[in-house]
Design a protein around this ligand. Structure first.
Ligand SMILES: Nc1ncnc2c1ncn2[C@@H]1O[C@H](COP(=O)(O)OP(=O)(O)OP(=O)(O)O)[C@@H](O)[C@H]1O
Length: 347
């Protein structure tokens, strides 16, 4: 649906060059809710603006529905952009226009007739839960209501892609939740592919199925949300994951781990069904080895349970390997805990 191939964007201001986005490869499939997370200045806004050609890439290609936007003439590009809606952190509503008129803007630009516009706007306002606000001005609305107007306006031209640029960053947690649920509904009911940029891992956790982590203009890690949350590889990703998944091994436990000779630590990830079955209990009962459970935690991600357990195993190596194979056969991912992985759990 959206594909970026080796995309870079360089800005030059007063002789200073800034590489905002560097050599990015990214693929968003139809129906995805794809999250891009990164700290301030990572290049997220630039990246999302490249997707609808608000910024043109300095290098590389941006493909939407299989076609390189760089090959379009102006008319074709306008048509392609109609297919991509966008919402913003600060809503970008026209304060002097009523809600109805704000939502109608794209339809007026598309020269739709009055009856068509009226029908579509009222339908959209009903969908976003603002039927009673058609005659209000933006200044009379709450932040959440303003974002609903922004969403209705973005959907007016029937796009198949919705880009969300920090769409919930100005909202309180309750309102954020309701807007994210609305985005989920748009994705499910209208089959619209959603791309979200955010600096909040809780946003990714709540609605995304895939995530890319950005740092200094590059994507440092990407994958399914369950994989990235279950096993973050990069330090920055680990820091983001830590903000939503509670991990706590006490320092005294950590000390005892270090003093145990010949033992190996494993991090086990249980996803979905495997998280609710007594697999670990079966393993401990069936294999002749010493198992010490150092840490256990479960988290809910998109109605799927992700369980993380860290165990310390000692005993015969062959027996330990058999036990680990048993876990893998039951859908548990097993990873030997190296010191750097262990670090992020303790911090
Ligand atoms: N139009 C521009 N002209 C010059 N530099 C720019 C422009 N847009 C972005 N940049 C620079 O590119 C880098 C990436 O900025 P960008 O806004 O994409 O990051 P971000 O991850 O979205 O950050 P934030 O969350 O703070 O918005 C920054 O160093 C920024 O100053």
């Amino acid at each position: 649906m959206i594909e970026l191939k080796q995309v870079s964007k360089t800005f030059t201001r007063k002789g200073i060059t800034i590489d905002a986005v560097k050599g990015i490869d990214l693929k968003v499939d139809k129906g995805d809710i794809f999250g891009v997370i990164g700290y301030s200045g990572a290049g997220k806004s630039t990246l999302i603006r490249l997707v609808n050609y608000l910024e043109r890439p300095t290098e590389g290609q941006v493909l939407v529905a299989g076609r390189d936007l760089g090959t379009y003439n102006d008319k074709e590009l306008r048509a392609a952009k109609k297919n991509i809606g966008m919402i913003f952190q600060h809503f970008n509503l026209l304060e002097s226009k009523k809600v109805f008129e704000n939502v109608a803007i794209p339809l007026v630009l598309l020269k739709k007739n009055k009856n068509e516009i009226r029908k579509r706007v009222l339908e959209l306002l009903e969908f976003v839960g603002l039927s009673d606000k058609a005659g209000s001005y933006p200044s009379e609305l709450s932040g959440g209501q303003k974002q609903r107007v922004g969403i209705a306006r973005a959907l007016a031209s029937n796009p198949s892609i919705l880009l969300c640029d920090e769409a919930t960053s100005a909202l309180d947690p309750q309102t954020t939740h309701s807007i994210l649920q609305l985005l989920k509904k748009i994705n499910a009911e209208y089959n619209i592919t959603v791309m979200i940029i955010t600096h909040e891992m809780s946003v990714i956790q709540e609605i995304c199925n895939k995530v890319a982590v950005m740092e200094a203009g590059r994507i440092i890690e990407q994958g399914s949300v369950l994989d990235v949350f279950g096993s973050p590889k990069h330090k920055t990703t680990q820091n983001f994951v830590k903000t939503v998944i509670q991990n706590s091994i006490t320092p005294s436990v950590q000390k005892s781990i270090k003093t145990e000779p010949g033992s190996v630590l494993y991090k086990l990830n249980f996803v979905g069904e495997s998280a609710s079955e007594p697999i670990l209990f079966e393993m401990i009962r069936s294999f002749d080895m010493k198992v010490n459970i150092l840490f256990a935690n479960t988290t809910e991600i998109q109605e799927t349970t992700l369980g993380t357990v860290i165990i310390q195993c000692s005993g015969d190596t062959a027996e330990i390997n058999n036990a680990l194979s048993f876990l893998k056969r039951h859908g548990v991912s097993v990873e030997e805990v190296e010191s750097n992985v262990f670090d992020h759990i303790n911090r």
